[in-house]
Write a new protein. Sequence first.
Length: 148
Amino acid sequence: MAHPTRSGNVAIAHAGHPARRRRLGFTFIELMVVLTIIVVLVTMAIPIYQKSILRAKESVLKNNLFTMRTVIDNYTYDKQKAPQSLRDLVSEGYLRDVPMDPMTGSNQTWKTIMEDSSQSVNQSEPGIFDIRSGSDKIGLDGTPYSDW
């Protein structure tokens, strides 16, 4: 049954009007386009996010290495001998605790480099000269973390 409208056009009854039903929601194609755009944006964002996390871990590693090397030097200067272990730095109050290696997730994996006994301050007890990360991974700059 047709009813006149304000503009004078004749409209079809609501129950049988297919165009009215299509306007109530989104089509499958519209939803797929939106989902495709979202997936493309997420796939671009994930690697950027992962790289920023890696940059933050590298920054923490550099800071921890700098701090521990400074503390080792201070201990060696103060005690006139190098520390025998990283625990010596904690027990003597130079560190609160051995910092965590962010690349391995542990504070037990640090690689300590012992000084040569002929070049050590106290030649009878050579101690820790340097420290490196225990990770076997390679950094964003292309060098292994164990060489930092």
